[in-house]
Ligand binder design. Structure first.
Ligand code: FA5
Length: 331
């Protein structure tokens, strides 16, 4: 009866309390164990009846305790499961989304723009021979303009291309005019400062037909700059020299950092150089077997890195290829 009362009061979900109860009744000094021990002091006649009674008690208490232990274990398990459970109402950990590289975006935009105007796209090749990179472009071995572009040579007459202009030659050798094409790609020069990288991207353009003039070139490039920098962007053409165009010009756009007032980035001029251009030199046509009497054309070559830098106000060209997540995650 004492045991039943105590069992009723015990917290059955508490393993420690249940164990204490077991020790109190069934342990070495437990109440039931004591009753068993008392058997020794009884007479032989009394023993069987007493033994039977005590044994029944022991079995009943053991069964009750076993059941209580089971209940307590189950409760402990449930508690453990509940504490380790996932709270599905908490906000999840976001998966960082990737983004396209600013140079890739510029390149795709240029390709889209010119493709809409019917230009073919030729990616050319990174390694050129002297003929394609220089000679066919009216730049013989002793020509001073070779010094303008410091070249990474692979072999005597084989090099990493210093500009995309060689793709013009490959294209003219394999296509008959009229045609218009662009040639985006990587180019390489022994250059390295805040605005000059040893590897950068250019996009060449070439249009050949009858009666193509410098005015056509200016018109196409102005529309192109409007597309890249927004309508109203100012452009200017400065007389320049390239062996493969005559006349030649350098095209600038108004500096996006200072709005044309003049700042450190544009060296106080208010302008930034984007690329070279001009009317195709007849000697280049001759080198490619195109009738220079019948056809005229224009060509241009822009730096894609410079365009991306202007667009996003990037101060150092090296950031574009450094692969730094802190930089890339801003786009
Ligand atoms: C040329 O490479 C000529 N092939 C462009 C051309 C094509 C003229 C067709 C006429 C007809 P230039 O060396 O100026 O020209 O380079 C063109 C553009 O590439 C530059 O205006 C600049 O935007 C970019 N550029 C040149 N060097 C680097 C460099 N080291 N790093 C990043 N951009 C550069």
């Amino acid at each position: 009866q004492a045991f039943d009362a105590e069992l009723a009061q015990t917290d059955l979900t508490n393993q420690e309390a249940v164990n204490n109860l077991r020790v109190k009744y069934l342990g070495k000094k437990g109440a039931v164990t004591d009753l068993m021990k008392q058997m020794g002091s009884l007479s032989a006649e009394e023993r069987p009846a007493y033994g039977k009674l005590v044994n029944e008690l022991k079995v009943a208490v053991s069964e009750a305790i076993d059941k209580a232990i089971e209940t307590a274990n189950e409760a402990a398990l449930q508690k453990k499961l509940a504490s380790g459970a996932v709270d599905i109402t908490l906000p999840g950990t976001g998966i960082a989304a990737g983004s396209t590289h600013p140079l890739y975006d510029v390149r795709e935009e240029i390709i889209d723009f010119f493709a809409q105007m019917g230009f073919d796209v030729d990616f050319g090749r990174d390694i050129e021979t002297d003929w394609y990179n220089f000679e066919a472009l009216n730049t013989p071995p002793d020509h001073p303009s070779r010094d303008m572009q410091d070249t990474f040579y692979v072999d005597n007459k084989v090099m990493l291309r210093t500009h995309t202009s060689g793709t013009q030659i490959h294209y003219m050798e394999t296509h008959k005019p009229p045609f218009r094409m662009i040639a985006p790609g990587h180019v390489f020069r022994v250059d390295n400062d805040a605005t000059h990288a040893p590897m950068f991207q250019q996009c060449e353009g070439l249009v050949v037909d009858e009666n193509i003039s410098f005015a056509d070139l200016k018109g196409v490039l102005q529309v192109f700059m409007n597309k890249l920098f927004g309508a109203g962007v100012k452009t200017r053409f400065r007389p320049s020299f390239f062996p493969f165009t005559e006349p030649s010009a350098e095209m600038d756009v108004s500096c996006v950092f200072c709005g044309g007032k003049g700042c450190r980035r544009c060296k106080g001029t208010g302008w930034m150089e984007i690329g070279g251009c001009g009317s195709v030199d007849p000697n280049v046509f001759k080198n490619c077997g195109i009738d220079a009497e019948k056809f005229t054309g224009f060509a241009f070559g822009f730096g894609l890195d410079r365009i991306a830098m202007l667009r996003h106000e990037i101060p150092e060209i090296g950031l574009l290829t450094a692969n730094d997540q802190r930089f890339l995650s801003q786009f």
